[in-house]
Design a protein around this ligand. Structure first.
Ligand SMILES: O=P(O)(O)OC[C@H]1O[C@H](OP(=O)(O)OP(=O)(O)O)[C@H](O)[C@@H]1O
Ligand SMILES: Nc1nc2[nH]cnc2c(=O)[nH]1
Length: 184
C-alpha cells in the first residue's frame, strides 16, 4: 500500500517531530563508538536490513574506522502496512555467515519478530556471533521473547514513527528526523 505524494505531505506537515537530524546523528555517533569498542578487530559482516536499515547503515558505516565487510538482506513483515504479518525473505546475504561475527543493522525494533527471525537465520547459517543494532527501540510490552538489541540509538513511545529510513505507508523514509504520525 503506497499513499499519494499529497497525502504524504499532509502526514508530514501534521506529524510530531520526535528527534531532529542532529539528535539522530548524535545517537548514531554514540552507537559507532560502542560498536568500535566491541567489534574492532573481529572483521564483522555488517548486514544492512533493507529497506529501513539503509539510512542507519549509510550514516554508521563511515563512522566505523576499522575493517568491516558490507552485505545486505531483505526480510519484511509489514510491506508498507502499519500492522505486521508473516516474515518473508526477499533477499538473503551473498556472503557466507559461517564462523563470522555478524552485525545486523535495522531501523526499528518494534515487536521483534523481524529481528528474531533474522538472528535465527544467521545462527542457522553458522554465524559465530550475532550482534544487533537498531536506530529506534519502541517502548511497549509486546516484545517477542523480551528481545533487546545490542546497540540502540533512540527510544520512542508506542506510536507509529517514520523518517530516517522508516516509511509511512511506503513513503517518507527520506526525511532526516524521526516523526510520529498523528493518525494511521
Ligand atoms: O519488530 P517488528 O515488529 O518485527 O518490526 C520491525 C521491522 O519492521 C520494519 O520492516 P518492514 O517489514 O516494514 O520492512 P522495511 O524495512 O522495508 O520497512 C522495520 O524495518 C523492521 O525491520
Ligand atoms: N515505519 C515504521 N515501521 C515499523 N515497523 C514496525 N514498527 C514500525 C514503525 O513504527 N514505523
Amino acid at each position: 500500500m503506497t499513499i499519494s505524494a499529497e497525502e504524504a505531505s499532509r502526514v508530514l506537515a501534521e506529524a510530531e517531530l520526535l528527534y531532529d537530524e542532529a539528535n539522530v546523528d548524535r545517537a548514531i555517533e554514540r552507537m559507532a563508538t560502542q560498536i568500535t569498542d566491541e567489534l574492532n578487530g573481529s572483521l564483522p559482516l555488517f548486514l544492512c536490513v533493507m529497506t529501513g536499515g539503509l539510512v542507519l547503515s549509510g550514516k554508521l558505516l563511515p563512522r566505523l574506522m576499522f575493517p568491516v565487510e558490507l552485505d545486505y538482506l531483505h526480510a519484511t513483515r509489514y510491506r508498507g502496512a502499519t500492522q505486521g504479518g508473516e516474515l518473508s525473505w526477499l533477499a538473503k546475504p551473498r556472503a557466507s555467515l559461517r564462523d563470522r561475527v555478524v552485525l545486523i543493522v535495522d531501523d526499528i525494533l518494534d515487536e521483534g519478530h523481524t529481528l528474531a527471525g533474522i538472528i535465527q537465520q544467521c545462527r542457522d547459517e553458522g554465524a559465530q556471533e550475532v550482534r544487533t543494532a537498531v536506530l529506534v527501540d519502541k517502548q511497549h510490552d509486546r516484545r517477542f521473547n523480551n528481545l533487546q538489541a545490542d546497540y540502540v540509538g533512540l527510544r520512542v513511545d508506542d506510536r507509529y514513527v517514520f523518517g530516517a529510513g522508516m516509511d509511512y505507508k511506503g513513503l517518507l523514509r527520506n526525511v532526516p528526523g524521526i516523526y510520529a504520525a498523528r493518525e494511521i
